[in-house]
Structures are given as structure tokens and as C-alpha cells.
Design a protein around this ligand. Structure first.
Ligand SMILES: Cc1cc2nc3c(=O)[nH]c(=O)nc-3n(C[C@H](O)[C@H](O)[C@H](O)COP(=O)(O)O)c2cc1C
Length: 318
């Protein structure tokens, strides 16, 4: 007799409903979920890769890793946690049941943030972030096997801002990159993928310290956000192979959920990661052994518009 040891359909679908709320590059949602006889497979959706800004699929793997982290939390909160492994090649994560166990208060707290967390592209206030809060984010990254390098000296902040501006200019000089970005940005607010107009933020302004990616938002004069007080941090993993990129996504999501739990707004900048020579310069600036995976900024800002997701039905393989 063949027995299945996997989660029930109801638990699986509810967990996928949480998984898809993860961040993803341009909100492409490059993930597929499959309930198997002994667990759940989460794989990179090769049809949703971005050939111009993510030619080797690194950002898609990071996005999938973030979705897996949500999935793990949802299963833990359902009392049926998972053991997981990213398969060699880095395009599939396999989760198997690890018995039944009540969720910890930390897991419950992070799970509650899944629906609140969002990328914030509005100007951050000048208020600084308490160092004790940043320590908690560093611990969140370490807890998932990654690192969060908090940039606490102004010279390095300016250096990273300059690298980001150079990368952004270099990317924008390629009409194919711009066309790809336009295709995913400035969608109507009811679009189930890509970035809706209200979530795009204003058009980047030259006075901004950290140049935002131009998602086609309206030109608006920014009153603030030229300051160094919101905290800049760079996230990475202890390795830089494909499986590590997937795992970096789990680190990312744990940090983002912890930040949301602490009441912090988060902005994401991946332009300096997408230009290989600039990514290497960033690694050298930080004196890190492994290539960075994302640049983040934490601070205080009003909640902005949320992006939508495709339905659970659309991302499950039967
Ligand atoms: C690997 C990766 C790279 C990203 N790069 C950027 C970026 O350069 N600029 C930006 O504004 N958002 C960036 N984002 C955030 C996505 O645009 C965002 O997650 C997506 O639109 C869904 O919105 P949400 O995070 O508010 O749920 C990135 C997200 C991921 C996972």
C-alpha cells in the first residue's frame, strides 16, 4: 500500500497563500508549488525570469527563497513544521514534514507580519533607527545562516550610494533593460503581478541619497530622504552558489518580517547587485568574503500601497 506522509491539501494551500506574499523581483512571483507524496516542492518558474535585469536567475532564486521562508512559517504555525533542503542546482527546495510541534512565539510573531510587510518606496523620515533594533535584524539574518552588514559610517554610506547611482545609470543606458522594467512597472493597481502605480513611489529624484529604481511613478518634489539617518545595510549568505542564493532569500524574508515586527519600513535596492563589476566593488567596500545579495534601507515611513498576487490556484502544479 502506498501511503502519503505529506501535509493535507488544506494545510498546503493555506501555506501557499502565505508563501506568495513574499517579495519578488519586479513582483514577477517566479515560483511554482507542488504537493508530492512526501512533502512540498517549491521551484523557480523558468517562464518568469527577467532576461535583462536577472540573466542568470539569481534574483528569482532569492525571491523563491523568500517564499519558502513564508511557507515554513505557515507550516510551523499550523503545528506541522517542515525540514527543508535546497536541491543541488538551486532551482528547487524540498520540504518534508518534521512531526508535529506547537509554533514558538517568535514564529507566530513573524508569521503575523507576512500580510503587513511590504516594500516601501516613499521618502523615509529623518528619524534614525535605534542601534538595538539593528542588532535584532543582524541576529535574524544570522539565525538563518546569512549576514546583514549594517553600514554605520557615513563615508561607506556615501560610497554605496555612489555605487548604486552608477549601477542604476549603467542599467538604464540599455534600452532592453528599460523596456523590461516598463513592462513590469506602472501597472494598474488591480494588476495581479508587476508593480501597480500606487506602489511605484514617485519618480527618483536626483537629490535622493539612494537612487531608487524608476518604476515610472509621477515626478514629485521630495521634501526629505536626502539624509543618511535611515540605516543602510547589505545582506548576504555564507556562500554565493545557486543554492546559497535560494537560502539568501530565506535570510531576506526573516529580516524583512523582523523589521516589520519592529515597526520599521524597508526599501530594497538591487541595482548594484545586478552589475557584476559594481557588485564586486560593493563586496570589497564591505570587506566580505562572499558577494552581497541585496542592499536594504530601514527607517520610518508611512505604509504605502501593497502589490497584488496571482491566486494560489495559478501557482500550484497539480
Ligand atoms: C531579489 C529582489 C530584488 C528587488 N529589487 C528591488 C529594487 O531594486 N527596487 C525596489 O524598489 N524593489 C525591489 N524589490 C522589491 C520588489 O519590487 C517587491 O518585493 C515586489 O514588487 C512585491 O512587492 P512587496 O515587496 O511590497 O510585496 C526586490 C525584491 C527582490 C526579492
Amino acid at each position: 500500500m502506498i501511503t502519503t506522509t505529506t501535509w493535507s491539501v488544506a494545510t498546503f494551500e493555506a501555506a501557499v497563500g502565505d508563501a506568495v506574499l513574499a517579495p519578488s523581483i519586479h513582483n514577477t512571483q517566479p515560483w511554482r508549488f507542488r504537493r508530492t507524496a512526501d512533502g512540498i516542492d517549491v521551484s523557480v518558474d523558468e517562464d518568469r525570469l527577467l532576461p535583462m535585469c536577472d540573466p542568470d536567475g539569481r534574483a528569482a532564486r532569492v525571491s523563491c527563497g523568500a517564499a519558502v521562508y513564508n511557507l515554513r512559517l505557515a507550516l510551523a504555525v499550523a503545528g506541522a513544521p517542515a525540514r527543508w533542503r535546497v536541491r543541488p542546482g538551486g532551482s528547487v527546495a524540498r520540504l518534508v514534514p518534521a512531526g508535529s510541534k506547537p509554533a514558538t512565539p517568535t514564529e507566530r510573531g513573524l508569521h503575523r507580519q507576512i500580510r503587513r510587510r511590504h516594500t516601501n518606496r516613499s521618502p523615509f523620515s529623518e528619524a534614525g533607527v535605534e542601534p538595538a533594533l539593528m542588532v535584532q535584524l543582524v541576529e535574524a539574518a544570522a539565525g538563518e545562516g546569512g549576514w546583514l552588514h549594517v553600514v554605520d559610517d557615513e563615508t561607506t554610506v556615501w560610497e554605496i550610494a555612489a555605487l548604486t547611482r552608477r549601477a542604476d545609470a549603467q542599467l538604464n543606458a540599455d534600452p532592453a533593460y528599460v523596456a523590461e522594467l516598463r513592462a513590469w512597472a506602472s501597472r494598474t493597481d488591480d494588476s495581479v503581478e508587476g508593480i501597480g502605480r500606487s506602489a511605484s513611489g514617485a519618480a527618483p529624484h536626483e537629490a535622493e541619497l539612494m537612487v531608487r529604481r524608476d518604476f515610472g511613478g509621477p515626478s514629485r518634489r521630495l521634501a526629505r530622504d536626502t539624509t543618511v539617518s535611515p540605516v543602510l545595510a547589505v545582506l548576504g549568505y555564507q556562500g554565493e552558489h545557486r543554492t546559497h542564493e535560494f537560502q539568501a532569500g530565506m535570510v531576506l524574508q526573516r529580516v524583512l518580517l523582523r523589521a516589520a515586527d519592529l515597526g520599521l519600513a524597508t526599501a530594497i535596492y538591487s541595482q548594484p547587485i545586478e552589475v557584476p563589476s559594481i557588485r564586486e566593488q560593493l563586496r570589497l567596500v564591505l570587506a566580505r568574503a562572499y558577494a552581497p545579495q541585496l542592499v536594504l534601507r530601514f527607517g520610518y515611513a508611512p505604509t504605502t500601497c501593497y502589490t497584488n498576487r496571482r491566486s494560489v490556484r495559478d501557482v500550484i502544479d497539480r
